[in-house]
Design a binder for this molecule. Structure first.
Ligand code: ADP
Length: 191
């Protein structure tokens, strides 16, 4: 199973990705986690990404796609993955399409998590990560609407939208049920 999770910051993508990863037996790949790990280790990539992370801005596409390419080449990702936080821009989606073409594989679905902005900002401020100050949290919402929301049209024929307000277990169950109910080929044909 190859999934992309899309949703505004605070929608609970990370929680859902972890639950779906254990249910489906494929690795959870979070670009936010990968960037934070590089930053904490002080790698060259981490030093390059740091100022973007601190401002809530997106790391440049070429850097991000390069990092994902290396991660998808690892053996555990060969039979499937859940991408959390990537792609985040149309150029990143084009980059992912090239990576997948090289391996002659396709995405099975793109899951969108939706929630009202007030709920999202409240959740993020309650979480209290160091880059979760109110200005940075609001900026990440703005960046999502500007740069990431266009991906919903890009992936229209693979899209499965789920209400992200509610219990994490129920939401994960809904995603799993809907993935089973609508195999990729049938969704593509619009049935
Ligand atoms: P959130 O969902 O709260 O925005 P993430 O952990 O997904 O948090 O991302 C944290 C930061 O990592 C982002 O603000 C951005 O700077 C960087 N980042 C994560 N994924 C990407 C990506 N696909 N492209 C560019 N930057 C990214």
């Amino acid at each position: 199973m190859r999934l992309v999770l899309i949703g505004p910051p605070g929608a609970g993508k990370g929680t859902q990705a972890a639950m779906l990863s254990s249910a489906l037996g494929v690795p959870h790949i979070s670009t936010g986690d990968l960037f934070r790990r590089h930053r904490d280790l002080g790698t060259p990539l981490g030093r390059e990404a740091e100022r973007y992370l601190d401002a809530g801005e997106l790391v440049p596409d070429a850097v991000t796609v390069g990092m994902v390419r290396l991660r998808l080449d690892e053996p555990d990702a060969r039979h499937g993955f859940i991408l959390d936080g990537f792609p985040r821009t149309v150029p990143q989606a084009d980059g992912l399409a090239l990576l997948l073409d090289e391996s002659a594989v396709k995405l099975d679905a793109v899951v969108e998590f939706t929630a009202p902005e007030d709920v999202l900002v409240g959740r993020l401020l309650a979480r209290g990560r160091p880059d979760d100050t109110e200005d940075v949290v609001r900026n990440r919402q703005h960046v999502y609407r500007r740069d990431t929301a266009p991906l919903l049209a890009y992936y229209a024929d693979l899209l499965l939208s789920v209400d992200a307000v509610g219990g994490a277990e129920e939401i994960a169950d809904e995603v799993l049920t809907r993935l089973q109910a609508a195999p990729q080929s049938e969704r593509r044909r619009g049935r």
